[in-house]
Design a protein around this ligand. Structure first.
Ligand SMILES: [Fe+2]
Length: 250
């Protein structure tokens, strides 16, 4: 039987919905009544094991993406947002005029969740029309989970690298709402660009850096997807400085 998660909940029949509703109510009563370990801690712990496996090359980067997405699909958002103290974190926040604000996220100490985690995490906050500007990554796997608002999200495969440009190909172009997610690695969907369509938008980000210690390139590289159109839907995207990218797309 297909598992009951957020995604297929929305596709469920009325009968299944009623069953789910009953199940969910019982579960919530247990979760909040008896203070069982938050599901969020399990998600973050599983992500740590997964990211540790990635760093030790037990799994490939695309495998990390697939499994990370399967974890994010099952995250219970209300529980997770409570766990990271989302309300307090975002209270009185003034979005930046360009680009995103990056808020540091701390997790409460709970049994079973290591205090030192393999991955970094942050919360991006954006005002309407502001963007996490188009950029690619080197030697890094990362995930976005939308915690609030609506975004226009685009991804591209990074097919080739030149000194001053990248050859990219669009892979995802979609509206992302609360609970939606996407992932990145050196091998798949490496470039992303997210623009807030609602008054505010929030993205929880997990990132694993320096996957291969032999590779010297790290971090972000900004590009301009509005470049020369090539055969097969490819684009020659010129590399940009951060200030340029934020001026044009932020
Ligand atoms: Fe990124």
């Amino acid at each position: 039987m297909e598992s009951l998660n957020r995604r297929n909940f929305s596709k469920a029949s009325l009968g299944s919905l009623l069953t789910y509703s009953l199940f969910s109510s019982l579960f919530e009563a247990d979760a909040w009544g008896n203070e069982i370990q938050p599901l969020a801690a399990d998600f973050l712990k599983d992500m740590n094991t997964l990211s540790s496996d990635l760093k030790s090359h037990k799994i490939s980067q695309p495998d990390w993406q697939k499994r990370c997405e399967s974890f994010m699909e099952k995250v219970e958002l209300a529980d997770f947002m409570k766990f990271i103290n989302f309300e307090k974190l975002t209270k009185n926040l003034k979005p930046r005029k360009k680009g995103e604000s990056s808020l540091s996220v701390s997790f409460p100490e709970v049994e079973g969740l290591p205090t030192r985690l393999i991955y970094g995490r942050q919360l991006f906050a954006l005002g309407k029309g502001r963007s996490v500007v188009p950029h690619g990554h080197y030697n890094m796997a990362t995930s976005f989970l939308i915690l609030g608002g609506e975004f226009h999200g685009r991804h591209y495969d990074r097919l080739q690298d030149g000194d001053d440009h990248m050859i990219i190909k669009p892979t995802i172009d979609s509206t992302f709402g609360k609970g939606d997610f996407s992932t990145i690695s050196d091998f798949k969907d490496n470039v992303h660009w997210f623009t807030a369509k609602s008054n505010t938008g929030f993205i929880f980000n997990i990132h694993v850096l320096n996957i291969d210690p032999k590779i010297k390139k790290n971090g972000r590289v900004y590009i301009d997807p509005d470049g020369e159109k090539l055969a097969g839907g490819k684009i020659k995207a010129m590399k940009m400085k951060s200030t340029e990218a934020h001026h044009k797309y932020g």
